[in-house]
Design a binder for this molecule. Structure first.
Ligand SMILES: Nc1nc2c(c(=O)[nH]1)N[C@H]1C(S)=C(S)[C@@H](COP(=O)(O)OP(=O)(O)OC[C@H]3O[C@@H](n4cnc5c(=O)[nH]c(N)nc54)[C@H](O)[C@@H]3O)O[C@H]1N2
Ligand SMILES: Nc1nc2c(c(=O)[nH]1)N[C@H]1C(S)=C(S)[C@@H](COP(=O)(O)OP(=O)(O)OC[C@H]3O[C@@H](n4cnc5c(=O)[nH]c(N)nc54)[C@H](O)[C@@H]3O)O[C@H]1N2
Ligand SMILES: [Mo]
Length: 785
């Protein structure tokens, strides 16, 4: 019996758009916003939406926008400014107390500022004085490896290429990026198994697919434009299965803004045929069960396996060793149900697997991706129409940034071609990623931190420790559009540079420039902002990189930094020489309205792997890893139970161990909190803990109860137990051992030592916690309405 009230309004559609329009009004930028939205994701001189990385449909519908794209655009186009007057009104100590929502609504960063410790305030500084300071501080380092250069995935290709070039010319590969926290297991494992760490599908494949397995994704909130594709596929008879511990309401019904019958007559499409409510961290076990049945019953594609792959025998041996008991225990799904999915897979002539953070952000994230790739290879589902791997990237250009060389572990080929094109040695030693970089920061090994966009400390685990570490460096440089909590823990020299956003015009001495991005399906797309910049003191990211490079290397550098920043064609000519697949970049990007598709060898069954074949991988972790973690945590909890102040009076209630996952709400873009309403999950606050109503009553608790969440110390380090709360207990149709909270407020529950082995992705989607109901009526904040 499900007691959860079901969200009965369809996802997207006019209600969604109207709600966004109201948001735009709130942002006092309706006009600016609507002008820019109408140009977003449109051919000819529009900008690529700075929201998610889902591709644009080739038919260029009149308005190819979504509610969340509108919010992201509204956030960027707001006219309110966090300017000198704003910083004069608020000390940094005061701003440290502000929520993500309040910081987001403080407005656009609009002039360069530095931290003045005496006044505890940010004060204006000239660009020249700031660059001078950077050149001095970088010049004083004992080694270039004492500096860390982070990137977030909104940065377009041209500035990203210049930035990695600057960092490497400076002498380090310390180039972590948000990818390290996002689809890194995808990049690492698909790279190893298929030769390219990117999607093998194109949008057209969704029109021909017969089965879509969607793992760990909430597209109604995070990739709304994907819904239209899913609805279309579904209408054509494609079976869609969502594998998710949560029954995400936004997927149940979908109103298509492109369909008059939906917008006017109130009809809607059902999106998924079935939700497999898997246990958190249970995907590898589920995929093992499916693969086990397929191989045992010889329903795999033997011809493809023989022709194109290596490693089948080892996988087959391993699959035989896995018992159905373990498969069921690891996934929380019955053998019968798993076999039913396996039969669908066996019978489908064209299967796509799509996945998001529910797959990657686990200790077993690498294994999860490997098992998805294994499944596709078993069935020969790579290199045919309507089939393939569809990792769905987050930030609009996170994939492009990596292609441009933002990578702490660059391929030798990239370093060699940079050396050839720029005629200088490139650093060979691999650099720090997000996790190892944060640990080096905390250990005091880094003296300079630079952030090209993003909110490093808040997005990473161990937020407080990273914030404290940032106060101990010699120099921090933040290039961003909005103030955030990473910028509020200043070091001796601390600079914030405001930059132009995607929607704004980049006008240089050479005229108006357009940039490019790469979407989640390897399409290189032009993007050109159309709005007047919110302040005339903003610079483009390319300009900022060029200026820093000029101050650091002197104006006699053989690399024409300034010319590149003034004329993006020059950058593109270098990219064409240095990066595979970009030959004749300038011509090709102008040849068609929507850019071009990068050559993807695996789509053509060309395997750029070590062996020259596609490779099966055997998982590294036991498929009962999560269940074992829970048993271990239960035992260690019992040891400590007597120390715990159980206000509830009932031992039983607190002895259960839960898996906690962290998710995004409908009103945020990562750490940028637009509002408090999570429409499809029906909550108006962010301090919530989602739990199944049956579990709530089993505990004898009630919805609305304040609950403390405690995580055990990581036994592999000198870690301390971590607590979060009180959170408001909230009903959700979620798997029985699972609870969920919002990212990033829960990030101090996660530690830098718990991550996947190869990709180092933090385990944001699974950590064992125990819960205590507390009695803090007096202390609970009122929900925000
Ligand atoms: N509006 C909006 N759009 C966004 C973003 C945003 O914050 N707001 N962020 C962007 C970014 S950077 C990214 S990476 C994407 C993220 O997009 P998604 O991957 O959709 O993001 P999440 O909300 O983190 O989590 C996805 C789902 O994983 C499920 N899940 C949790 N644990 C497990 C598990 O063990 N197994 C399975 N199968 N599922 C699990 C959760 O229930 C949730 O439905 O969205 C991008 N687009
Ligand atoms: N617990 C938990 N933690 C997570 C996740 C999770 O699911 N759970 N998800 C992870 C994922 S998938 C990701 S991608 C990371 C995100 O990590 P980040 O990419 O670091 O975080 P964002 O919140 O996207 O960054 C927001 C900031 O980017 C700046 N910005 C916005 N637009 C621009 C621009 O055009 N140019 C520049 N230079 N700056 C700009 C603004 O100043 C803004 O404050 O978080 C990760 N952390
Ligand atoms: Mo992401």
């Amino acid at each position: 019996m499900r007691k959860i009230p079901v969200y009965s309004h369809p996802a997207a559609g006019w209600p969604a758009l109207i709600s966004s329009a109201r948001k735009l009004m709130d942002y006092q930028t309706f006009l600016r916003g609507s002008v820019s939205v109408l140009k977003s994701n449109q051919p000819q001189g529009g900008f690529d939406c700075p929201g998610c990385a889902w591709p644009d449909h080739k038919s260029h519908k009149a308005i190819d926008v979504c509610e969340n794209g509108i919010k992201v655009v509204a956030s960027e186009t707001m006219t309110k400014k966090a300017d000198a007057a704003f910083f004069a009104r608020h000390t940094v100590t005061e701003l440290q107390q502000w929520s993500g929502y309040e910081l987001e609504h403080s407005g656009r960063l609009s002039e360069p500022v530095y931290y003045d410790a005496a006044q505890d305030r940010y004060l204006p500084i000239s660009w020249e004085a700031a660059y001078q300071c950077i050149a001095e501080q970088l010049g004083q380092l004992d080694s270039p490896d004492e500096a860390l250069f982070y990137t977030s995935g909104r940065v377009t290709n041209e500035p990203a290429f210049m930035y990695q070039l600057f960092v490497r010319c400076f002498g380090t590969n310390n180039l972590p990026d948000c990818s390290n926290m996002c689809h890194e297991p995808t990049s690492v494992m698909l790279g190893k198994q298929l030769g390219v760490g990117k999607a093998t599908v194109r949008l057209e494949d969704f029109e021909q697919a017969k089965l879509i397995l969607m793992f760990g994704q909430n597209p109604a909130t995070n990739h709304p434009r994907m819904l239209e594709m899913l609805a279309h596929a579904h209408q054509q008879g494609c079976c869609i299965i969502s594998i998710n511990p949560m029954r995400e309401q936004g997927l149940r019904k979908f109103k298509n803004p492109q369909k008059p019958s939906h917008m006017v007559a109130g009809q809607s499409d059902d999106m998924v045929d079935e939700v497999i409510q898997i246990q958190i961290g249970g995907d590898a076990a589920l995929l093992t069960g499916i693969a086990k049945w397929l191989t045992k019953n010889k329903r795999m594609n033997q011809h493809f396996i023989h022709e194109h792959t290596l490693g089948y025998e080892a996988l087959d041996v391993w699959l035989r060793q896995q018992s159905w008991t373990d498969v069921e225990r690891g996934s929380g799904i019955s053998q019968e149900q798993i076999i039913a999915i396996a039969k669908l897979v066996a019978d489908s002539p064209a299967t796509i697997c799509t996945w998001g953070m529910g797959i990657t952000q686990h200790v077993q994230g690498d294994d999860n991706v490997a098992m998805i790739a294994n499944l596709l290879l078993l069935m020969g589902m790579i290199g045919i129409d309507g089939a393939g791997a569809s990792p769905v990237r987050g930030h609009s250009n996170v994939q492009g940034d990596r292609t441009m060389g933002i990578h702490e572990r660059p391929a030798q080929k990239l370093l060699d071609s940079l050396e050839r094109v720029f005629k200088r040695p490139m650093p060979q030693e691999h650099g720090y990623d997000v996790v190892t970089g944060a640990k080096a920061l905390i250990a005091g090994k880094l003296k300079v931190f630079m952030s090209m966009g993003g909110n490093y400390a808040v997005a990473a685990p161990d937020t407080s420790a990273i914030q404290q570490a940032l106060t101990t460096t010699q120099l921090n440089i933040f290039v961003g559009t909005k103030l955030n909590e990473t910028m509020l823990y200043p070091s001796a020299n601390n600079l914030i540079f405001p930059c132009l956003g995607r929607t704004e015009r980049i006008v240089t001495a050479k005229g108006e420039q357009f940039a490019t991005i790469e979407d989640s399906m390897c399409q290189i797309v032009p993007t050109q902002g159309k709005l007047k910049p919110v302040s005339d003191m903003l610079k483009s990211e390319a300009q900022i990189v060029a200026d820093i490079a000029t101050y650091v290397f002197g104006s006699g550098s053989s690399i024409p930094w300034q010319a590149m920043s003034e004329d993006f064609d020059i950058v593109r000519d270098y990219i064409a020489q240095a990066i595979d697949g970009f030959e004749n970049f300038n011509q090709r990007i102008r040849a068609t309205e929507r850019g071009f598709h990068l050559y993807h060898p695996a789509r053509h069954r060309v395997w750029n792997t070590d062996s020259g074949k596609a490779q099966f991988e055997v998982p590294q972790y036991s498929i009962t890893y999560v269940a074992a973690q829970m048993t271990e945590a239960t035992l260690s909890f019992k040891d400590h139970a007597k120390d715990i102040d159980n206000n509830d009076g009932s031992q039983h209630n607190t002895q259960k161990i839960w898996q906690l996952t962290s998710v995004r709400s409908h009103d945020q873009f990562n750490t940028m909190i637009f509002g408090y309403n999570d429409r499809y999950r029906q909550t108006n606050r962010r301090d919530v803990l989602f739990m199944h109503p049956d579990e709530i009553s089993r505990l004898g608790w009630q919805k609305g109860d304040p609950v403390m969440v405690t995580r055990h110390a990581n036994k592999n380090s000198s870690d301390q137990p971590r607590q979060l709360g009180p959170l408001v207990l909230t009903e959700m149709d979620i798997a029985s051992n699972a609870v969920a909270a919002y990212y990033p407020e829960c990030n101090d529950l996660f530690d830098l030592d718990t991550h996947a082995p190869n990709s180092h992705i933090p385990a944001y989607k699974s950590t064992t916690v125990f819960l205590q109901r507390v009695d803090v009526d007096a202390g609970m904040a009122e929900p925000v309405s």
